[in-house]
Ligand binder design. Sequence first.
Ligand code: FES
Length: 183
Amino acid sequence: MSLQITRGGSSEGSNPGGSIELAKATAIMERYTTWNANEALIPMMQEIQHEYGYIPDVLTALISETFDVPLTQIYGAATFYSDFRALPQAEHRVLLCEGLACYVCGSQELHRTVREKLGIDYGEATPDNKFILERANYCFGACQLMPMVEIDHTFYGNVTPEKLVELIDRTAQSEGHSSHDPE
Ligand code: FES
């Protein structure tokens, strides 16, 4: 198989975490061009994760295209091996509940608040890797406290935009992963 990587420089847009430098990924992939694609997949993904800290969507698509491996096979491998991550890692994770009750009672406003406060959207991390924003499309099981937010594994209910800004500020000032008391 000959490697034909047509993308160069950096990539951004739908890629979670914003733009990434593709040169390192292409160098990794070039080392596997003589391998059987099925045998190359896991070690190649391990190298990419080691380099980037996760497997960016854009590289999943590039591996699929370059090695003629179905996307479903790559996602299957990424799901099977729990070491693989689909999102960049950050010091703190803000998870907004977008279950139905929270969705109709304020989660959209909280989403807008985080975008304005931290400049990131779902699946993105701040440039200093301090925060990542994620969406939960499932119910946290506490609809009576909607809208719900989880920050670093601690749940908060009846969250207003003002309260969320306060929680983010408090989290930013904490050392490493926070362990706030549930509120
Ligand atoms: S929908 Fe958010 S807690 Fe139930």
